[in-house]
Ligand binder design. Structure first.
Ligand SMILES: [Zn+2]
Length: 466
């Protein structure tokens, strides 16, 4: 690969800000240029007029008047729900799982269904500009093989692991394994696919996670076994991913059901090694800087503090929370804890593949929070949870997430002309006389208005994905 220049309006968050400092880190370069080196890394990000002389003769892709944004990072999406978007079953989380999701996921027992879904899943990711993702996997090893194989072939990044389930309702029976197989199959997946593409976790695009569906789907024996397994693979850069505090409908919600089953003080304790009655220690913690908790809508302060302390991240999934009636993660209280927040589609609990739609939903739900909790997210905060915060959640912020020189060049090209409503808003929308406010207004209109049609090109490590 030779060096290449990409021209367009650049937006990104420079450096390594916290979400609370995203506005100060926001970079907007209307007549901007990205120069991608022959190593697939960012060699230059700045004004077109300032391209260093050694690159000026490089071939140029002129995307003007389009936009260049960091690739979107989806930190919670379900591969075996590829065909389960907009599933109607009546009821909230636990009813929907039983009536819609367990039957859908069970179909992946068929190798042809799984192989076809792997292609569709990668198609949707590339179309949505989702360059990196934490992918909740299928229970079936052949389906995970199909997913990793297709993901590698297409050039996407992935962290994924088979969905572990050792107990649950009869509708999920095909997804269960024995206690021994739960550990054995997870270990085999790690050995087969973790950094399988390059052999080095630091350069790999394929990574494996340990992924129990949630505490209700496993037992204390499973949690103990997974803790031992995680202890044995932490130093290899393996991840942990699951659901936390998603639905708290009184009496029948997942939060109450979990606390009742385990007799613990907090839901998080079940993942923190404290899964015995009274939150007594029964095994090793699964938390850490490569652990992502999806949802975290109904957390106690002590849970948020523990996640922040351990470097565990939240995947915030507001579209899913609307779809399943799960409530709203309190934005200000969650941010105040210091925990890192990223964005997840939770497809098919959410019914959108696009991270820009997720961060648009985040804006809408947080401005609608009651009283003083209601807040207008800054567009830089929205960009943060969809890009840099996601890279941080995946513990790969040093590799991608923004356009700092030396990072691997993951980016999307937004062409508003492919989406007339977006183009009209960007062309004719009124803007403030204040330059900073005008910049923020343009970014907001862009993020809110992006649809799948708007995403013209998707790049990972400087290579365009097809
Ligand atoms: Zn989910």
């Amino acid at each position: 690969m030779v060096s290449r220049i990409h021209l367009g309006h650049v937006f990104h968050l420079a450096g390594a800000p916290l979400v609370t400092d995203a506005a100060n880190a926001l970079v907007s370069i209307p007549d901007g240029a990205l120069v991608i080196g022959d190593d697939g890394r960012i060699a230059f990000c700045g004004e077109r007029a300032g391209i260093p002389s050694q690159y000026q003769s490089a071939p140029t892709s002129d995307h003007r008047p389009g936009y260049l944004l960091p690739g979107f990072v989806d930190t919670h999406v379900h591969f075996p729900q590829t065909y389960a978007g907009d599933s109607y079953g009546g009821g909230q989380l636990l009813e929907w799982l039983t009536l819609c999701i367990y039957p859908s996921e069970s179909r992946f027992a068929d190798e042809n269904v799984a192989a076809q879904a792997a292609i569709e899943f990668c198609n949707r990711r590339i179309a949505a500009g989702t360059t990196a993702a934490m992918v909740f996997g299928s229970a079936f090893p052949h389906a995970q093989d199909a997913l990793f194989t297709e993901t590698q072939r297409r050039g996407l990044r992935i962290v994924s692991g088979r969905g572990i389930q050792t107990t649950g309702p009869a509708a999920a029976a095909r997804l269960f394994t024995s206690e021994e197989d739960a550990i054995r199959l997870t270990r085999e997946e790690i050995d087969k696919w973790h950094a399988a593409d390059t052999g080095d976790v630091k350069s790999a695009r394929l990574h494996v996670a340990i992924v129990p569906r949630f505490s209700l789907a496993v037992t204390t024996q499973t949690l103990k076994g997974l803790g031992e397994l995680y202890d044995s693979v932490r130093d290899r850069g393996v991840y942990f991913h699951t659901h936390l505090n998603e639905n708290n409908r009184p009496g029948t919600g997942e939060v109450d059901a979990t606390k009742e089953r385990y007799q613990v003080n907090s839901y998080l304790d079940t993942y923190d090694g404290k899964f015995l009655p009274g939150s007594a220690v029964g095994g090793s913690s699964l938390l850490g800087r490569r652990s992502i908790m999806a949802h975290s809508v109904h957390c106690q302060d002590v849970e948020l503090e523990r996640m922040a302390e351990t470097g565990t991240s939240i995947s915030h999934c507001p579209i899913s929370q609307q779809f399943l009636g799960s409530g709203t993660m309190p934005w200000l209280r969650t941010v105040a804890s210091g925990v890192n927040i990223s964005a997840g589609t939770d497809f098919g609990g959410g019914d959108e593949w696009l991270i820009p739609q997720v961060i648009g939903a985040a804006f809408k739900v947080h401005i609608s929070e009651p009283g003083a909790a209601g807040v207008s997210m800054h567009p830089a905060e929205m960009l943060f949870i969809g890009t840099l915060g996601g890279a941080r959640a995946l513990d790969m912020e040093d590799r991608f997430g923004n356009f700092d020189v030396g990072k691997e060049a993951d980016f999307v090209v937004i062409d508003p002309s492919r989406t007339p409503a977006l183009q009209a808003a960007l062309t004719y929308g009124a803007r403030s006389d204040d330059a900073v406010m005008a910049r923020d207004q343009t970014l907001f209109a862009l993020l809110m208005g992006i649809r799948e049609t708007s995403i013209a090109e998707t790049y990972v490590q400087g290579r365009r994905l097809q």
